[in-house]
Write a protein that binds this ligand. Structure first.
Ligand code: GTP
Ligand code: MG
Length: 365
């Protein structure tokens, strides 16, 4: 770095300042004044630009304070409306709220994001709330990475709770949701078939179920269907509990004697704010449960290991690619297709070629 004053992100207030300017204190009021700095920091990590790594390195020690809440469910179940209402009841407790709306459906995202903005407009003037819609990435994997990094920035900025809305349709969304401490799965009465469809990946990650649009017919039926489904979910990793004295349907939801957690099934009318205080209180109860049982710590360790594994794989592969003589990879593909070599042997050969190259360059220097 040169001696010239570089604008630097102030870690306390997340504004872009020069070195000699006084560092301001983090406060809810200041977040309002520095929204532009925060937005800029988020754009940086979202685009994975040249300064993103050093920015995240600076911010990382300040993360870990926020509770991350995933809100997932089929399209149109009322997730955005619920997030909006939830943010308001959290604000009533003076908690600061970051909101990340993720929409990976490429052809419609423009319209959907615009819709979210309109619905969330009444929160927009509140300095204790920051809303960010995630633009579609080139790949779903890229979207998951960008979302995780944006959550880190909001965490470092001091938001107490971060609400992450994802449309629960595929593996990438489940991956995004796995970044959450508490995952809320949203259903609606008129989505009968989708209750079945959701069973595949999303039900297993639910800490709370919400049947939204409880003003509509069929809400009780949907709640009952979920309750029955709970009995079908295998008890995985202390996540769910099936009472020893009977089926899960007879156990009280919430913390269980064996340290497990039985997801409650709540009914809400997001448009009227009904049941939303109860939802907030259940989320907080789940948070306390995670802390009390040490599961928060455990989840964080699991996530750290997964992140490390992922980054390590990417780095090693990229490293290998730079060391591989040009044309070797397509040549190997051709050889496999021609049945001259099997894929395992091809990998061995590629690795040997890459390490030859390394010895060569090492010998030269
Ligand atoms: N009747 C009724 N309508 C609701 C309720 N909650 C949301 N809606 C309506 O349902 C529609 C979809 O709501 P959104 O909040 O956009 O749903 P979403 O799940 O975020 O939708 P996507 O992000 O597109 O997947 C809107 O017209 C809402 O006004 C509710 O409790 N009752
Ligand atoms: Mg939405």
């Amino acid at each position: 770095m040169s001696g010239v004053q570089q604008p630097k992100l102030c870690l306390s207030c997340l504004a872009w300042v020069c070195y000699n300017q006084p560092v301001m204190q983090l406060a809810t009021q200041l977040l309002a004044a520095n929204r532009r700095g925060l937005a800029r920091a988020i754009s940086q990590v979202e685009d994975d630009g040249p300064d993103a790594r050093s920015l995240l390195a600076d911010l990382y020690p300040r993360t870990g304070g926020a509770h991350i809440i995933g809100i997932t469910g089929a399209p149109g179940t009322g997730k955005s409306t619920l997030v909006n209402a939830l943010a308001r009841v959290y604000r009533a407790q003076d908690k600061t709220i970051g909101i990340v709306a993720v929409d990976p459906t490429s052809p419609f995202s423009g319209g959907a994001l615009l819709g979210d903005r309109v619905r969330m407009r009444d929160l927009a003037g509140d300095p204790g709330v920051f809303i960010r819609s995630m633009a579609t990435r080139g790949s779903l994997g890229g979207l998951a990475r960008a979302t995780a990094d944006v959550i880190l920035v909001l965490d470092a900025a001091g938001f107490d709770r971060i609400l992450v809305e994802t449309v629960g349709v595929g593996q990438a969304e489940v991956e995004i949701a796995s970044a959450a401490h508490t995952t809320v799965v949203v259903e609606a009465p008129d989505m009968g078939d989708d209750v079945q469809a959701l069973k595949a990946g999303v039900l297993e990650i639910a800490d709370l179920f919400v049947v939204n649009k409880a003003d509509r017919e069929g809400a009780d039926r949907a709640a009952l269907a979920l309750k029955m489904m709970q009995g079908l979910i295998p008890a995985a990793a202390g996540h769910h509990h099936h009472g020893h004295g009977g089926p899960a349907g007879h156990a009280e939801p919430g913390p269980q004697e064996d340290g497990g957690w039985l997801p409650p099934i709540l009914k809400t009318i997001a448009t009227a704010g009904e049941g939303v205080v109860e939802l907030r209180d259940w989320i907080e109860s789940h948070r306390r449960h995670l802390v009390a049982t040490g599961q928060l710590q455990k989840r964080q360790a699991t996530r750290a290991a997964a992140a490390l594994d992922h980054i390590l794989r990417e780095r090693l592969l990229a490293d290998l690619m730079t060391r591989l003589p040009a044309g070797q990879l397509p040549a190997a593909v051709d050889a496999i297709v021609r049945r001259e070599i099997d894929p395992y042997a091809a990998v061995e050969r590629l690795l040997a070629q890459a390490s030859c190259r390394r010895d060569e360059t090492a010998g030269r220097s």
